[in-house]
Every structure is written in structure tokens, then in C-alpha cells.
Design a protein around this ligand. Structure first.
Ligand code: XMP
Length: 514
């Protein structure tokens, strides 16, 4: 998908929680970056013709027996390398320096003093704050290197070998707590590696379109739409490449947000004139969900039913051999390394059965979410879809705690619509990761309305901030916004007499209630 000659800087991932962030920062500096495993053989690295390499941090100590090591041949490639934290220590060790466990771990923001004449710190303050997180330190730099910056506890907080263009920093330039971090990366990328700031996700559109044309040829192709930004942008890119060879399939399971189905129709069929099969399957899903209260059972039923519907549609379309998926780069990086305990069974439009024998087209597999949004904007996708907050595949079913019924869905949809409207009105929608309503359906409480006793439902409001949904914090919404949401829901949604605000972070809670 990348144009030949695209300047690339590869990040060798030693397992740091920040590796992904390094690649994102490099891309923000308008240089294309990909993450590869730390032990990728040097021949494979050379084949990608990178302008430079970044060795990420990692949880290991260089001392332990099975400490991760890279192919030492990378240091002979003659291209610039920047080691960060573990990456610096590993580089120092391989090239003959000394590392010691200093007994003093440095964690958090620390003051860094920069010596004179350093390429990494060119035009940057001599004294600056940086973010540290380490126990080991380089005590003697390898031959050819100079220490160019120090902190109170790290005499070698940064080192450089200008002749070989090898660099290392003990701190994390990729995190926001290192204010000059991006400038340090720019010095490495532009000056040391000689990269030009020319890459943007939007600049990939033409290449992606050409690659899709080449892959699809004359074949017919289908794409499952969810109403979210990823599948929408994937579909638009493919449509731009092969036009009417694409048919989009939108399975409306009746668990969508207010007006979502109508918006997909309007956007794809009317605005972009893309062939669209809109399967209205609400009855089917409701029947299967009847009497089910267990969260995992709900998720499995919806996932399976979704697949059945999709299979039936695909079976009726002759000669379809290819399927578009809106897989993003974080999924690509994580797949294979994900061995965390299962918390929830996830289902999404990408969860099409493997035995369907489709060839996959994944035009977004190298992009991060914000880059996909930029591509969506460039392709003329409505703001409402480009900036839509994430929504789980099983939809409102995992926001109704208890059995899912048509009445409860209607009630929740109305309440959720009010939450969205008010959050948008307050100008907060884009900055909040997710904001929505939850119906704990079996929770009834006593209220009073017009001098009469009521015994009705409660709506919980959830609003969280997050970078990647792995962790999240509840948003300190302004009281006026909460007040408006509360009074509107109780006035406008029949059957609700109480509104509560969820003040749980993740962990220990999760974002969705089920
Ligand atoms: P939790 O509730 O696990 O959710 O903290 C993390 C993020 O994932 C979304 N989510 C899903 N997305 N299919 C999806 O595509 C699913 O089955 C699913 N379940 C949760 C959730 O909205 C949040 O953004």
C-alpha cells in the first residue's frame, strides 16, 4: 500500500507500553512509521529500506538471562538509530558500554541538564523536564559515544555517536510529560535520518486506491457497514477504487443508536450512491434475545446471529469472493501478542466467520484511528460519522442490564439521544471518548410526579475519557450539563424517574456495563 520510496522509520518493539505511541509521534512529525518485532532479522529490515530505526523501551532488564535482543547486524547497517530507555541500554550493552542497576529507580518527571553541542537537543533548552521510568542506567558509554545529557540519578541520560549516527535517551520523548519530546524526535528524524516531513494519512489515499484496484481486478466485493467510522472509510476507499463492484451490507440488528440506521442509508445510498443492502433484522435478534439476561450469553447470541444474517445475504450474491474489513493498525499490532485474560467476548462487523472463504481487503490496516478520521474527512464523509464515538458491536443490548425488549430499547435510545445532543451542544462530544446512557432495567425506584407516587426506571449516564479504551477515567462533566441531561431525560422519556452518573474508572470497572 505504500508508494515506493516512502521514507520510513521503523520502531523495533521491545514490549513497551509506549511503542505504539512512538510510531504515532513519528507519524505526527509527518514521517511514516511502522512497528516491527524487536528480533526481526536484519535482512528483513533492510528489505524495507528504512531511513532510520528506533529501539523502543521494554519491561526487561538487560541483565536477565532471556533479555530480548535485536539482530546485532542493525548496528552495521549504517543508518541512524535511536534507542529509548531499554533500547538505549541494549544498544549500550551490545556496543561495549556498561550498565548498572543503580538501586535508585527514577520514575516520573525529572530535570534534565543538556551538555553543549548535541544533535538530539539542537535548539532546545539546556535545562528541561523529561519523563523517566527505569531502574538500570548506563554508567559507561560505548566507544565512540559521548554522554550529552544527565539527570540527578543518571549520568548518561542521553548519548550520541555522531559519526555512526547512533543515539540513545534514557527518558521517554514520546510521552506528553516530556515537553520537548517531539522536538527531540524531529531532530532525530529530520537532521539525523534526513527525512522530509511529507507523509500524511491523506497522502496514502491515492496509493490505497491503486492497491485496491490491483487487488480487486474485476471481482465483486462486499463490505459490512456498522455505522461507525472505520467500516465507513474502508467502504469509501474501496468505492473510490472499484465503484459499483462494491456492495455494502448493513445489518441493522435493532440495537443501534437513535437515527443511526437512517443516517447510514442517507450517507451511503443517497450521498455516495453506493450499492447498499439494508437488512432490517430487529425481530430476529429480539426473538433470539428473549429471556436472556447473562451478558456473555447476549454477546454470543448477537455475534452468531449477525454472522448468520451476513452469510445469508452473501449466499444470495453470486460471485462475491472478497470482503472489505475496517481493520486498523492497533489491531494488526496486537493480534498475535494478545494473551490477556478474556474479559468480554467482543463482536464487531469485522467478526465475519473464517469459514466463509473470502479474500480480505483491509485498506486501513496501517492507520491509527485519528488518521482514519482524517482520511474520512478528505473523502467527504459527514462529520457525524467521522467523529462518531466508538460503539460496541452488540450495541444497546450491552447497555440494557437485564433482558432486552423492544420497549426497553426504545426508552434507552431516547435517553441516549438526549445525552448525545446535550454533550454535543456543550461542545464536548469530540473530546470525550464515549458518552452514553445505560438502562439498569430491573432497577426501579420510587419518585413523585404531579403529587403522585411513581415507581419507574433509572437511567445511568456514563462519560469516559480514554486514549485507547484499555484504561479510562470518568469525565468531570460540568454540573450544568449533567443538570440539563437529567431534567430532559426525566421530562421527555416516559418511564424514567431517576438519573444517576457513573463515576467509575477503568479498571476496576469497564467502559460498557456488560
Ligand atoms: P470495555 O467495556 O471492555 O470496552 O471497557 C472497551 C471498548 O470496546 C468497546 N466494546 C466493543 N467494541 N465490539 C466492539 O466493536 C464489542 O463487542 C465491544 N464491547 C465493548 C467499548 O464500547 C469500549 O470502547
Amino acid at each position: 500500500m505504500l508508494k515506493e520510496g516512502t521514507q520510513t522509520v521503523l520502531v523495533l518493539d521491545f514490549g513497551a507500553q509506549y511503542s505504539r505511541l512512538i510510531a504515532r509521534r513519528v507519524r505526527e512529525c509527518k514521517v511514516y512509521s511502522e512497528i516491527i518485532p524487536y528480533d526481526t532479522p536484519v535482512d528483513q529490515i533492510r528489505a524495507q529500506n528504512p531511513q532510520g530505526l528506533i529501539l523502543s523501551g521494554g519491561p526487561a532488564s538487560v541483565y536477565i538471562d532471556d533479555a530480548p535482543v535485536c539482530d546485532p547486524g542493525i548496528f552495521e547497517m549504517g543508518i541512524p538509530i535511536l534507542g529509548i530507555c531499554y533500547g538505549l541500554q541494549h544498544m549500550a550493552q551490545v556496543l561495549g558500554g556498561k550498565i548498572a542497576n543503580t538501586e535508585i529507580s527514577e520514575y516520573g518527571q525529572t530535570n534534565l541538564e543538556v551538555g553543549s553541542k548535541s544533535a538530539l537537543f539542537k535548539d532546545l533548552p539546556h535545562s528541561q523536564e523529561v519523563w523517566m521510568s527505569h531502574c538500570d542506567s548506563v554508567t559507561t558509554v560505548p566507544e565512540g559515544f559521548r554522554s550529552v545529557a544527565a539527570t540527578k540519578n543518571s549520568p548518561v541520560a542521553a548519548m550520541e555517536d555522531l559519526k555512526r549516527r547512533l543515539f540513545g535517551v534514557q527518558f521517554h520523548p514520546e510521552v506528553a510529560h516530556t515537553p520537548s519530546g517531539t522536538d527531540i524526535l524531529k531532530n532525530f528524524l529530520y537532521d539525523a535520518c534526513g527525512c522530509l516531513p511529507t507523509w500524511t494519512s491523506v497522502s496514502m489515499i491515492e496509493e490505497a486506491v491503486d492497491a485496491i484496484k490491483a487487488q480487486v481486478g474485476d471481482e465483486q466485493i462486499i463490505c459490512g457497514l456498522s455505522g461507525g467510522v472505520d467500516s465507513a472509510v474502508a467502504a469509501l476507499l474501496v468505492h473510490k477504487a472499484v465503484g459499483d463492484q462494491l456492495t455494502c451490507v448493513f445489518v441493522d440488528h435493532g440495537l443501534l443508536r437513535k437515527d443511526e440506521g437512517a443516517q447510514v442509508e442517507k450517507t451511503f445510498r443517497k450521498h455516495f450512491q453506493i450499492k447498499l443492502i439494508h437488512v432490517k433484522a430487529q425481530e430476529r435478534f429480539l426473538t433470539k434475545l428473549s429471556g436472556v439476561t447473562d451478558p456473555e450469553a447476549k454477546r454470543k447470541i448477537i455475534g452468531e446471529e449477525f454472522i448468520r444474517v451476513f452469510e445469508e445475504v452473501a449466499a444470495k450474491m453470486e460471485d462475491v469472493k472478497m470482503l472489505v474489513q475496517g481493520t486498523l493498525y492497533p489491531d494488526v499490532i496486537e493480534s498475535g501478542t494478545r494473551d490477556a485474560a478474556k474479559i468480554k467476548t467482543h463482536h464487531n462487523v469485522g467478526g465475519i466467520p473464517l469459514d466463509m472463504q473470502f479474500e480480505l481487503i483491509e485498506p486501513l490496516r496501517l492507520l491509527f484511528k485519528d488518521e482514519v478520521r482524517a482520511v474520512g474527512e478528505e473523502l467527504g464523509l459527514l462529520d457525524e460519522i467521522v467523529w462518531r464515538q466508538p460503539f460496541p458491536g452488540p450495541g444497546l443490548a450491552v447497555r440494557i442490564i437485564g433482558e432486552v425488549t423492544a420497549e426497553r430499547l426504545d426508552l434507552l435510545r431516547e435517553a441516549d439521544g438526549i445525552v448525545s445532543e446535550e454533550i454535543k451542544r456543550a461542545g464536548l462530544y469530540r473530546s470525550i471518548w464515549q458518552s452514553f446512557a445505560v438502562l439498569p432495567a430491573d432497577l426501579k425506584s420510587v419518585g413523585v410526579m404531579g403529587d403522585k407516587r411513581t415507581y419507574s426506571s433509572t437511567i445511568a449516564i456514563r462519560a469516559v475519557s480514554s486514549e485507547d479504551a484499555m484504561t479510562a477515567d470518568w469525565v468531570r462533566l460540568p454540573h450544568e450539563v449533567l443538570a440539563r441531561i437529567s431534567s430532559r431525560i426525566m421530562n421527555e422519556v416516559p418511564g424514567v424517574n431517576r438519573v444517576i452518573y457513573d463515576i467509575s474508572s477503568k479498571p476496576p470497572s469497564t467502559i460498557e456495563w456488560e
